[in-house]
Ligand binder design. Structure first.
Ligand SMILES: [Cu+2]
Length: 476
């Protein structure tokens, strides 16, 4: 059988060798698994003529689309880049082979079979067309390296999620390719890609801590306050759109819709012991973000927060009068703020890890003469794919928030939530998460929940007892 095969190959080679002064040898197509959307073609090109020849493309009745690609190493990940042409100097030859130049054969018209012959026409700039019979061969012996296709600017016409070629599973199809959903900002995408996502974040806070210890209402009363918060929930619906201008620069816009609720209790005076609920809802601050890819593993983020959120939300107080709500119940900052971020992610064959640093600087006061304090955050995580579609992650978040600067003229002294010096905190939380990559789609779902494990706060503050984020994203 093998001999026949060699003979057939020999005949094919002979057949193509006599066609021209450009000679194609060993044309083979890698056998692909059932239902795969793409495979690769390899051959050797010799230019026996006195002129340079330039290969500018290929076509076939067996594939809807063929591109010339070159695999290149970027860090430890292979990338495939589209080549518009490949020139072969006079009296020289060039090899199309695994991990190098190849014909990317996309969207087969029908399933190809081992030892089948496939006719592919190589198109040259000189007007020369060579019809070559490629032989379909199994190529298991050639291990393909992992490919980081999401970083590739050009392989964009195919459904990457469905790409299965030999031993190759792309990093991009891994559930842990994207950051855990609670990590802000994201990764650069392939050029011209658009992604929409929706994230729901919820946080529940209880009262209170002072420095590192829990304190009760009597303690808050002893500080001279006549009211104390007892419970607060914050729900955020975040709508993101992201566009990759090119493979290095992506732009992102995010608008949150925020709902807040705070329960208070009267500690002294009239109505002692009476509870009261206030709420606020509406859009928060719009953020416009640019991501700049530094390498296959890291990017820089520059984000501008635009004060579209209300910072003078009102609700009825215990006496039924409309009053401005305290700082934590506001929806926006009222200021233009800048966040600088850095993300890093390393993907190994069976796990991945990453971290993100964010620093938010607020330069100006809002029209009520106050501003939220600056903020620094670190998020780190390790993730492990459990199945092809699921990954599990554990993570640690550290946040450091400064006190409020300035004072609202409408503040009062009744509750610690109105105290500008009761906002600074250092908080460490641990979290767990799940990423799910919806099979045969470009959509993902993520869930991440965390609890604080260490807190050091200035004054008496509410502290979260848990937070969760649930996200859905889809690439166009
Ligand atoms: Cu390719």
């Amino acid at each position: 059988m093998k001999k026949i095969l060699y003979f057939v190959t020999f005949l094919l080679t002979l057949n193509t060798a006599i066609a021209n002064d450009v000679i194609v040898e060993n044309p083979i197509v890698r056998l692909m698994p059932l239902n795969a959307k793409m495979t690769a073609g390899y051959f050797e090109l010799s230019n026996k003529s006195d002129n340079e020849e330039t290969l500018i493309g290929a076509k076939s009745n067996s594939f809807k689309n063929i591109e010339i690609h070159e695999s290149k190493k970027d860090g430890d990940v292979m990338q495939m880049l589209k080549r518009n042409s490949v020139s072969i100097k006079s009296k020289s030859n060039i090899k199309f082979m695994p991990m190098g130049l190849h014909l990317m054969l996309m969207n087969p018209i029908k399933q190809i079979e081992e030892n089948q012959e496939i006719s592919i026409t190589l198109i040259f700039e000189s007007g020369k067309n060579l019809d070559i019979n490629f032989l379909v061969k199994k190529m298991d012996e050639m291990k393909m390296p992992k490919m980081d296709m999401e970083n590739d600017s050009q392989c964009s016409d195919m459904d990457m999620g469905e790409m299965k070629m030999g031993n190759m599973m792309t990093n991009m199809s891994r559930p842990d390719f994207v950051f855990p959903v609670g990590v802000k900002g994201g990764k650069n995408m392939m050029a011209k890609r658009i992604m929409f996502s929706y994230k729901f974040g919820t946080m529940d806070m209880d009262c209170c801590k002072d420095s590192t210890s829990s304190v009760n209402n009597d303690f808050i009363k002893s500080l001279g306050f006549s009211m104390a918060p007892t419970d607060m929930t914050m729900d955020m619906h975040m709508f993101h759109a992201m566009y990759a201008y090119n493979k290095n620069i992506s732009l992102m816009a995010m608008l949150p819709y925020i709902e807040k609720e705070m329960d208070m209790v009267k500690l002294s005076g009239m109505n002692t012991g009476r509870t009261h609920r206030t709420s606020s809802r509406g859009i928060g601050d719009l953020s416009i973000t640019g991501l700049y890819k530094l390498s296959g593993k890291s990017n820089l983020k520059l984000s501008l927060s635009i004060p579209t959120g209300e910072f003078e939300e009102k609700d009825e107080n215990m006496m039924g009068m409309m009053k401005i709500l305290p700082y934590p119940m506001q929806l926006g900052s009222g200021t233009y703020d800048v966040t600088l971020g850095y993300s890093f992610q390393e993907i190994f064959s069976d796990w991945s890890y990453g971290f993100q640093l964010n620093a938010t600087k607020r330069f100006d006061y809002n029209s009520e003469d106050w501003r939220y304090g600056d903020r620094r955050e670190v998020s780190a995580w390790a993730a492990k794919p459990l199945f092809k579609t699921f990954s599990f992650s554990i993570g640690l978040d550290i946040e450091h928030q400064d006190n409020i600067n300035g004072k609202s003229s409408k503040r009062n002294n009744m509750t610690p939530t109105w105290n500008e010096y009761f906002h600074s905190h250092l908080r460490v939380s641990s979290n767990i998460g799940l990423n799910y990559k919806i099979p045969n789609s470009k959509s993902r779902i993520g869930l991440q929940c965390g609890v604080p494990i260490y807190e050091d706060v200035d004054g008496s503050q509410m502290v979260p007892d848990f937070k969760c984020n649930l996200g859905f994203s889809s690439m166009m």
